[in-house]
Design a binder for this molecule. Structure first.
Ligand code: 13P
Ligand code: SF4
Length: 391
């Protein structure tokens, strides 16, 4: 099933707007109240043995993450998927763009499965290929396309990654955005970067890690004529940031950072680079989910941390480190609703179907998209290793 051209957050199948994409599970989805779910997942995993490899993103629920063979941020999981050519089934407990990337990076006989097809990403849905092609046409018209290198965050659909591959660009993740941008700026004299789809990761990396100014950045709004920019603004910019953001990380505010600093003596603020610029500016440390975990693991007992990232991960860190004072950087509960779509009933349903020889919810990127998306992903995987962090 190819689903790259569907916005995943919006529910309904187009032809049948009353249906909810992702709950269409052939056979029957086990009830969430079934007391045997853990035992059933365990038995299915055991039956599949080394034919199965389960990947779990750090934002997944505890009930799911316990069955992951490996956990990681999106960069690590992409590498992990590529490193298991022997596994027949890759069950991706994460979101759609991650499963697409896993399909691109794995062999033709390996099958990547997303237990719930409604596990999309609102940020990835903010850049659609037709919009990006329109933006590119406008850049051609403004006479700048020859100097623009497109870089897309992993959190984008496969066709956007393919667009970047086809146009001399690359993929990046929150672990390597700086290295990817350094690579991009080195590709051409007077290079500019079109950064998709997360304006915050693009701005935070360019300004806080690479020394560009806020004036070097402009925001392309796909809902406005010519992106809301003049040809002169486009020509003067170094970073053309797509107007996209993460609805989860967009909630963290500079005000709450101040509030927690006043309330908790010596608190250190640790945030993901998808947070807004004013939040990241006020933080002590910024980095990917993998970086956040390593930082807390290395922190001394008794230290205090306010963490700005998805709540499943923050709660897990608080549970795993009772000797440290860990608080969430928001006043209210803030889970990623699409990451949370993958729950134990969907995992059990997917695994038991595999045991029965039925592949459900397979994510398959079409060959032409795959070819170019792989070019962009490979450029990222070939970058020198360096972890993104502000300290
Ligand atoms: P990382 O896994 O790259 O830290 O990204 C977080 C995220 O939002 C994934 O959707
Ligand atoms: Fe997308 Fe944000 Fe959820 Fe990550 S946390 S999957 S970027 S909506």
């Amino acid at each position: 099933m190819t689903t790259t051209d569907l916005p995943l957050l919006v529910l309904g199948r187009g032809t049948d707007p009353a249906s909810e994409r992702g709950v269409d599970c052939p056979g029957s989805l086990p009830a969430a109240s079934d007391p045997d779910l853990v035992a059933r997942a365990r038995a299915a995993k055991e039956a599949l043995g080394s034919r199965l490899f389960v990947l779990g993103h750090h934002y997944q629920r505890d009930e799911v993450i316990q069955f992951a063979d490996v956990t990681g941020d999106s960069f690590k999981l992409a590498r992990d998927a590529a490193a298991r050519p022997d596994a027949e089934y890759i069950v991706f407990c994460g979101v759609h763009f991650m499963a697409e990337s896993a399909d691109i990076l794995t062999g033709p006989d390996q099958k990547v499965i997303l237990p719930d097809l409604a596990a999309g990403c609102s940020m990835a849905d903010m850049a659609r290929i037709a919009q990006v092609e329109d933006a590119w046409d406008a850049m051609v018209e403004a006479g700048i396309a020859d100097s623009v290198v497109p870089v897309t965050y992993m959190n984008s659909s496969a066709d956007i990654k393919a667009f970047c591959g086809r146009n001399g660009g690359a993929v990046c993740t929150s672990s390597n955005a700086q290295v990817a941008l350094e690579w991009a700026f080195a590709q051409k004299p007077d290079a500019k970067v079109l950064f998709l789809p997360d304006q915050h990761l693009g701005r935070n990396t360019a300004v806080l890690q690479m020394g560009y100014s806020l004036d070097d950045c402009v925001v392309w709004d796909p809902h406005k004529q010519n992106g809301g920019l003049t040809a002169e603004e486009l020509r003067d910019a170094k970073m053309i940031l797509w107007r996209g953001h993460c609805s989860v990380h967009g909630r963290f505010s500079a005000e709450v950072v101040d509030e927690l600093r006043a309330k908790i003596p010596d608190v250190q603020v640790l945030v993901h680079p998808e947070c807004k610029h004013e939040v990241v500016t006020k933080a002590d440390l910024v980095g990917s989910t993998e970086f956040i975990i390593k930082t807390i693991e290395a922190a001394p007992a008794g230290s205090s941390w306010a963490i700005g990232t998805e709540l499943n991960l923050v709660q897990r860190l608080a549970d795993a480190h009772p000797d440290k004072n860990i608080v969430f950087l928001d006043r209210t509960v803030c889970y990623c609703s699409t990451m949370n779509r993958i729950d134990l009933p969907h995992l059990v349903w997917a695994l038991e179907n595999l045991v029965a020889g039925t592949v459900v919810n397979q994510i398959q990127v079409d060959p032409e998209t795959e070819k170019w998306a792989l070019v962009a992903l490979q450029r990222m995987l070939d970058l020198p290793a360096r972890t993104a962090a502000k300290d």
